[in-house]
Design a protein around this ligand. Structure first.
Ligand code: DLL
Length: 435
């Protein structure tokens, strides 16, 4: 596989050069926000902060945070920093209920976006000769169009199938000889199930690389998907509020996601005190884009938990790397006082060969007591008829969950193919407690 670097000047720049660029970008963005976005003028004036007070990168800690509530309150165009005539595209968050978070792009924004997605693609090993099947939804979701533009920039042949109609996806994958799959990990799993069911010969599939994003997966889940599809799977991360994918992505070394830090300042803060944390410590990811024209945001609180690594990577890039998302500050479940992230439950399940990577978590409260139920599909269908063995497996899963997470869960084993499958982002947790 070829291992090129899309933009060596930026991706391999020394940290000092990057810091210089970041400081310039920060000053400019702060000035634009203050002068053009009423929300920021209000926030700055309230604490007596003026753009000229930002003199060093460290001064970023004086700038107020931006949250998703700010976007909601200023829906749809209140956060825009340019006249509407300059905005050539809108996208939005992927939630299906309520009002979406709307973000805008100028022509330059689209150009910069394609550039950083091209970096992520190249880092993963994507090249001009590839045939890329984009199975992310096209629409307000930034995933489809983001990867599409990046792939075209790299020169790959793009097949914009979008998500859904899985049998047709598989037909095209075989007929066209797709070499890269772009999707959520949940959809790649679902597609593998359907491929098996309709008897697709996996050896004839030419996919060599999958680029997953839009949601996380555990390392164990990644290995399973790689094995089933015979490919290398890389992960990339982003969110609509900062422009979508392209912000960060893994290289083929699969050792942290490289951040486009000539275009973004990244901080990790303690989600409770909001104080910035030192390199390597785990906390909430806070992002300040530096080159966005249509909708710049300052210190956007992502609610995603990660940590940073500033060591140069074996691939040659010197950019900051972020660890895979450990969970969201708002998806942490507190079960009878114990903090549990769904990804930890996934890790426990995925480490067991007796179950499939399809599970659901249901949390309820009865008589003031939290109850958690973990439903998971068993791998061997014959097991379902053997009461004793089934009970043994249930006990084993319960024991492993208790040992690792210190929670006592009800475990329900179901037969293969019975739990919900997802064409986009998976939704595996249902919290019925009305907290
Ligand atoms: O999911 C942007 C994107 C599309 C990134 C395609 C990568 C590829 P939203 O729909 O606004 O944007 O959702 C953003 O999704 O705050 C994370 O919680 C989650 N997320 C996205 N990528 C990952 C990932 C896009 N690799 C929200 N790992 C973010 C974990 C992810 N979570």
């Amino acid at each position: 596989m070829e291992h090129n670097i899309w933009n060596p000047k930026m991706e391999c720049a020394d940290r000092e050069t990057i810091r210089q660029m970041q400081l310039e970008g920060l000053k400019k963005t702060v000035k634009t926000c203050y002068e053009r976005v009423p929300l920021y003028k209000k926030k700055f004036d309230a604490i007596g902060l003026r753009p000229e007070h930002i003199k060093t990168l460290k001064d970023i800690r004086h700038i107020p945070f931006t949250t998703s509530d700010d976007l909601k309150e200023n829906y749809p165009f209140g956060m825009f920093a340019v006249e509407k005539e300059k905005v050539i595209r809108l996208h939005g968050s992927s939630g299906t209920t309520g009002k979406p978070k709307i973000v805008g792009y100028t022509r330059n924004d689209i150009e910069n976006w394609s550039e950083i997605v091209a970096r992520v693609i190249c880092a993963a090993g994507g090249t001009a000769g590839d045939i890329t099947q984009i199975s992310f939804g096209y629409g307000l979701f930034t995933g489809g169009f983001g990867l599409h533009y990046g792939m075209e920039k790299v020169g790959a042949m793009v097949v914009p199938v979008s998500s859904g109609n899985t049998e047709r996806q598989l037909m095209l994958m075989q007929d066209l000889g797709s070499t890269i799959l772009v999707s959520t990990p949940a959809y790649a799993l679902y597609m593998a199930d359907v491929a098996e069911k309709i008897g697709v010969d996996m050896d004839k599939i030419k996919l060599r690389l999958a680029m997953f994003g839009g949601e996380g997966h555990t390392e164990e889940m990644r290995r399973q998907i790689e094995k089933r599809w015979h490919l290398l799977a890389t992960e990339n991360y982003g969110l609509s509020e900062i422009g979508g994918p392209g912000y960060s992505g893994e290289c083929y070394k699969q050792d942290g996601m490289h951040i486009a830090d000539d275009m973004f300042i990244t901080e990790i803060v303690d989600p409770d005190t909001l104080e910035p944390l030192p390199m390597g410590e785990k906390g909430e990811l806070v992002i300040t884009p530096l080159v966005r024209e249509a909708m710049p945001v300052l210190r956007y609180r992502t609610k995603d938990i990660s940590w940073l690594n500033d060591e140069p990577c074996a691939c040659g890039r010197k950019s900051l790397r972020m660890a895979k998302i450990q969970g969201r500050t708002d998806d942490m479940l507190i079960i009878r006082g114990v903090n549990v992230f769904p990804s930890q439950i996934e890790s426990v399940l995925m480490a067991m060969s007796e179950v499939e990577p399809h599970y659901e978590i249901v949390v309820t409260r009865e008589n003031y007591m939290d109850r958690i139920e973990v439903k998971v599909e068993v791998s061997n269908p014959a097991l379902l008829d053997k009461f004793t063995e089934l009970e043994q497996l249930r006990g084993k899963i319960r024991h492993n969950l208790y040992k690792t997470l210190n929670i006592d869960a009800k475990v329900t084993l179901v037969s293969g193919g019975t739990l919900k499958r997802f064409e986009g982002k998976a939704k595996r947790v249902t919290d019925l407690r009305n907290l």
